[in-house]
Structure formats: structure tokens, C-alpha cells
Design a protein around this ligand. Structure first.
Ligand SMILES: [Zn+2]
Length: 313
């Protein structure tokens, strides 16, 4: 059988080109699978936002649960292990995590997520801060909000700004998916804005009403919904109240006819029920965050918060 030698080089070239395409295709696929963005966040509200922006291909882990006070998280070694694998670490900032996160960052031995590293993102840069102290306040006085109030994720307007900011940082780390991140964030903001209009209508009755909170976590929600935080049961953020201070709060509540006390579910304080009863009101036990581990989304967590607030009307 004669070999058609003149056509062999052309055929070989075609074969090589085909192989090149195959390698390029699988090579890129392999790289994409390897480069899947891994994100750790300090609180579950941030994790839920990142997951919606990143979609199912982004691996997201929250270092704390919605049932934990984010000021005081137990820095277990498995959290350092999570950080060692992360391309990106998103923190609330404003010293919220200062009591537990720095040791974990060091323990992770991951340069990407150290302060100033390419994957370190302080989300407080994306929001308009409230509760920034004007006098000299520091943690030596027990105050855990020295840089401004860190509980901005309770306000959907702030969450929307954070979502857009995070999409840009994710796009910078993973340019191949930049348009997906931006489109997902923009769609999420659209959903938040649409839901927000409904929540505002349902909670109109809170406008101008004096409320009391346990921890000063509600500054941004106060600004959003227009109620008025009369005082806090904690004399300073992070400092448990003395019986004398609780009595002073009761006097203020009676004088201003404030009947509602806002507190996150993770604060176990029986004093609050007695205080509310003596003021003729009730305690509103609010979600402390998104139940991210159970697959909850930020919008559903906000809906739960709005329902609890509604029960106080
Ligand atoms: Zn706080």
C-alpha cells in the first residue's frame, strides 16, 4: 500500500493543531478548577453576600456563626486551617474582630490574607460609618466600638454597598470571572433595594419611636428606619450592666414611654425580660446574622429581622 508522503506533513500539522486545542481547552479548564476562589469571612452576613456574588463556584466559609457574638469568637485551630486555604479574607473591621482574628491570621501562615495582603478586604471601607467617637475613647475603657459602629450589615443599604465593593475586589483577584461577579452583585443589590421598599412600608410605625437596645448594634437600623435609640442597657459597648445602671435605664424608659428592647439572640440576659416587664413592654430578640451554614441568604435573614421588629408594632 503506497504511502501518500506529500500529504503527511499537512496531516501532521492538522494533528498538532488539534492537539494544541485539546491541551489548551483542558489546560484552561484545569486551571479554572484549580483557581476556584476560596473566601473566608469573619461573620455569616458577609459570607452570604460573597456566596451570592460568587455563585456556586466560589467556596465560602464563615469563621463565626449567626448564634455567636462576633466581638468574642473562640479562636479554635480549625479556623486557622480554614484561613490557610483562603485566597481572600473579608472582615467587618472597625476592631470588631480584634480580640480573636489576628492570632488566627498569624497561625494560618497565609500571606495573601494578612493585613495589607492582596486578599485582605476590610468591608467597612465601603460604607458610610456611623457612631464614630468624637472624644477620646479606647478599649482600655472597655468600649468595643472605638473606630465607629461595626454593625453596619444590619442595614440593607450598607449591605448593598458592601456587595458592590466586594464584587470589585473579587474581580481583581479573579479577573476571568469579573463580569460574573459584577453582574451577580448588581442583581443582588436590585433584590435588596426592591425588598427594602416593602420592609420600610411595613415598619413605618417605628418612625420617631423611642427604643432601648442591649448592645449598641442598631445605630444603622435607627438611621434607616427612623426610630430613636434612647439608651443602651450596656453602659458602654461590651461592658455588662450593673443593677444600678439597669435601674437608670428603667427610669429613662418610663419617662420616655419606651417599651421595646432590641437584643440579638446570642445575648443571654434574663435582666432584659424583667426590665421590659417593668417598663410595660417587651424584648425583641433579633437575628444576629444570616444562618449561612443552613443555606440562608441575606434577604431571608433581613426578612426575619423585619418580622421581629413588626411584632413590636
Ligand atoms: Zn458591637
Amino acid at each position: 500500500m503506497p504511502v501518500k508522503t506529500p500529504r503527511a506533513p499537512a496531516r501532521r500539522l492538522a494533528l498538532n493543531v488539534l492537539l494544541l486545542f485539546i491541551f489548551a481547552f483542558f489546560g484552561l479548564r484545569g486551571q479554572a478548577a484549580w483557581a476556584k476562589l476560596r473566601v473566608a469571612t469573619t461573620v455569616p452576613d458577609l459570607a452570604a453576600l460573597v456566596q451570592e456574588i460568587g455563585g456556586p463556584d466560589t467556596q465560602v466559609v464563615s469563621l463565626s456563626l449567626a448564634t455567636q457574638d462576633p466581638h468574642w469568637v473562640d479562636a479554635r485551630p480549625n479556623l486557622a486551617l480554614e484561613l490557610s486555604k483562603a485566597d481572600m479574607l473579608v472582615v467587618v473591621g472597625l476592631q470588631l474582630e480584634i480580640g480573636w482574628l489576628p492570632n488566627l491570621q498569624v497561625g494560618s501562615r497565609n500571606g495573601k490574607i494578612q493585613v495589607g495582603g492582596p486578599g485582605y478586604v476590610d468591608a467597612s471601607q465601603f460604607v458610610t460609618l456611623l457612631g464614630v467617637p468624637t472624644g477620646t475613647i479606647d478599649r482600655s475603657m472597655g468600649d468595643v466600638h472605638p473606630g465607629g459602629n461595626p454593625h453596619y450589615l444590619y442595614d440593607p443599604r450598607s449591605a448593598a454597598k458592601v456587595a458592590l465593593g466586594l464584587a470589585e475586589r473579587m474581580a481583581a483577584l479573579d479577573p476571568a470571572q469579573a463580569s460574573t461577579y459584577r453582574a451577580n452583585a448588581s442583581a443582588l443589590v436590585g433584590r435588596i433595594d426592591a425588598a427594602r421598599a416593602g420592609w420600610e412600608a411595613r415598619l413605618l410605625g417605628l418612625k420617631g419611636r423611642p427604643l432601648v437596645d442591649y448592645h449598641r448594634s442598631w445605630t444603622y437600623v435607627e438611621d434607616w428606619l427612623g426610630f430613636r435609640i434612647l439608651t443602651d442597657v450596656e453602659p458602654r459597648p461590651g461592658v455588662p450592666p450593673s443593677p444600678k445602671h439597669v435601674l437608670e435605664v428603667l427610669t429613662q424608659m418610663k419617662a420616655s414611654q419606651a417599651r421595646l428592647i432590641l437584643v440579638e439572640e446570642f445575648y443571654q440576659n434574663a435582666t432584659l425580660d424583667q426590665l421590659a416587664a417593668q417598663a410595660g413592654g417587651k424584648v425583641l430578640r433579633m437575628p444576629g446574622g444570616t444562618r449561612f451554614q443552613d443555606g440562608e441568604r441575606y434577604l431571608d435573614r433581613m426578612e426575619r429581622a423585619v418580622q421581629v421588629l413588626e411584632s413590636g408594632l
